[in-house]
Design a protein around this ligand. Sequence first.
Ligand code: ADP
Ligand code: MG
Length: 619
Amino acid sequence: MNKFEQLGLNESLLLAIKDLGFENPSEVQEKAIPLLLEKDTDIVALAQTGTGKTAAFGFPLIQKIDAENRDTQALILSPTRELCLQITNEIKLYSKYIKGLNTVAIYGGASITEQANQIRRGAQIIVATPGRMQDMINRNMVNIKNINYCVLDEADEMLNMGFYEDITAILSDTPKEKSTWLFSATMPQEVARIAKEFMRKPLEITVGHKNSGNENVSHEFYLVSARDRYAALKRLADANPDIFSVVFCRTKRDTQAVAEKLIEDGYSAAALHGDLSQAQRDGVMKSFRGRQIQMLVATDVAARGIDVDDVTHVINYQLPDEVETYTHRSGRTGRAGKSGTSLVIITKSELRKITQIERIIKMKFEEKPIPSGIEICQIQLFHLANRIKDVEVDHEIDAYLPAIEEVLKDIPKEELIKKMVSVEFNRFINYYKKSRDLASDGGTRRESGTIPTDGAVRFFINIGSRDNFDWMTLKDFLKETLDLGRDDVFKVDVKEGFSFFNTDASLAPKVMDVLNAFSLQGRKINVEISKNEGGSNSRRRDHNGRGGDKRSGGGFRGDRNSRDDRNSRDDRRSGGNDRKPRRDSKFEGRKSGDNERRGRRNEGDSSNFFEKAKRSRRS
Ligand code: ADP
Ligand code: MG
């Protein structure tokens, strides 16, 4: 008898489990499945991400559903549409040998009538996001008045995203006599509140420590100055040639900008955030799962709960606002018993957050220096050499060999190796030859007195009237990008190719951090403390004495809603259908042809560099 059989699961599930290749139940499955099969009870199960919670509720749920009866018997609520689709998929796999069992996904951003039709055809299990579910209840498109089971998956995140009201409204539409199963990675107060208000004597299962970090994940941070954030990201990627990672940014805007920059620089990257259409998001996820994308740049909300195995690195391009969110981020790696690394790119002003996180995850961070250009080139070189050694030769190539040999016949072997390696490798040499190594003491530069700590600070920024800004639109842009109040940006002075503005000194680190990581229509924004004094105190007025908020025509208009996924969650009530992405996401990968082109373009004498690299390796 295998372990799953011992838990009491029936034949059709066991067959499906075999197909899935699960050999042993995970801890949460071992604890939850027998309990849930045995009796109808409420349950609160706390377990880290990646511990197999979907099957922990999915298996017993499927076994308890009456597939002959076409009424809706179970509702699973989950925070995002990605997760909703993921759970639906899993449930379908688990129940593939059970005839007549239908599972339907309900989520925003897709046709509500189509979803209603699917439900009308009979759906014993509905997997839904709260917003869309509420919508369908209001329109009488679903009937959950007779369900027997309600699962709240990722309850902490649903509440985090402000779904409390939706959840309580939905629950009040379900019968009193039912079982509620709550699954969560953490147990903040709001989750406890839901448990208290809507559940009857729930049994509690805890796997591992509450709120603890995943044991398989190691945590590292890299201290840089704000303006080096992107360069640091690039180096971390280059120092890990087989990287398969999720890169977290704080805002949708940064997410888009960083992804675009990576693509421009030849990486197979893509953005995932709430401004993309459903189809775009699905496309991105498909490419990521299929490994055509190596670096998925995402907002917290968009990436929450996404289950992609074998993610090697989570990169915190910026730390989240809430330190608790860090646990969710790092849980994207180190799944299913594999090890993973969570990297944090950080400036000195954020250092104290590391201590806070350490307290939550009960693990220590290791501080590491950003790899030097030489180190990276060595890593890449050996990686390349190994790839050449291991590559399987496709004998289709044989037909072309005579022609190739003809071209290369006069080059000695030694030289030929050098040339072959250079095809791929020159782009690294050329980049790192030119770029200075990043100081790991980044933040100290700021402390050494370049940013005053009180009074007003005057900034220089490399955008101006040529970019269609006037003082009002620039001020609006700064306020929106920096998330500042009406009077926080003042003395805005727009010149043709650049501009000046003031903020209070306390805002200066944020101004430098946020704006220097920002690209405007593909151009990297550069902000510096202006040597040009001008920080006098008239905060109320911009020049010309105009203080109003009226915009003049033209100029860049920020999208107020784009700062935070929460403002434009995919499935808020209505409107989800017609949201247009602001920009098309491009996600061409890093094709080998790209490298070649780059290599050729940058061809040059690399012998110096190899010499240097050799010397440094010896020492
Ligand atoms: P959670 O919801 O706890 O974050 P998931 O349910 O998404 O975790 O499962 C994480 C991954 O582990 C999935 O790829 C899933 O298919 C896999 N998995 C779940 N249970 C098992 C098991 N018993 N054996 C092997 N892999 C499993
Ligand atoms: Mg889950």
